[in-house]
Design a protein around this ligand. Structure first.
Ligand SMILES: [Zn+2]
Length: 177
């Protein structure tokens, strides 16, 4: 888990199958890029009154989890580094599929963006993670914004855009069994 916060809120519960998928995926990326640490963000369903503090409405059955991007700085890969304190909301810039006026659940949190650590998504590790997930027969869907699918050069029938009326997926990767 990326933060004690998710454990404190009991957000770290998954089915045994998803636990296996997450562990094996982390091992696969570490095998390809030794020393890589895969961070799970939220697994189960949080909903705090009035504000979608964490970007999901669908984590309710233990079969869905979010994984943080891997990050690098000028000195290279930074194990366990994420840009915001809880791993979410540090959005990658890119062309959105959604019209600006669209009634949506997207939020930009623009004022926060300057606070985040200055790190780049590590494209090699993140691409490898996406390929491992896409090749895993237990994984049914992976959500990632289309502009990041093109940036990382990955395509798969399992890689989906979550739509404009759902949380953004350019700050983390969502997977479900
Ligand atoms: Zn999610």
């Amino acid at each position: 888990m990326q933060s004690w916060y998710f454990c404190l809120l009991n957000r770290n519960f998954v089915t045994p199958e998803l636990a296996e998928v997450l562990q094996e995926t982390a091992t696969a990326v570490d095998t390809a890029y030794p020393g890589t640490v895969t961070l799970v963000l939220d697994a189960n369903f949080p909903f705090l009154a009035g504000f979608p503090l964490l970007p999901h409405l669908s984590h309710s059955d233990g079969r869905k989890a979010d994984i943080a991007f891997y990050y690098s700085d000028a000195s290279g890969y930074r194990p366990k580094a994420v840009r915001s304190p809880i791993g979410y909301f540090a959005f990658e810039q890119g062309v959105s599929e959604c019209p600006a006026a669209w009634l949506s659940l997207r939020w930009d949190l623009q004022a926060l963006q300057v606070l985040w650590r200055d790190l780049e998504v590590d494209a090699d590790r993140t691409r490898h993670l996406l390929r491992v997930l896409a090749a895993d027969g237990r994984v049914r869907k992976v959500f990632l914004e289309p502009h990041l699918q093109s940036r990382f050069g990955v395509s798969s029938g399992k890689l989906r855009f979550q739509g404009c009326r759902a949380a953004r997926h350019d700050d983390h990767i969502h997977l479900q069994l």
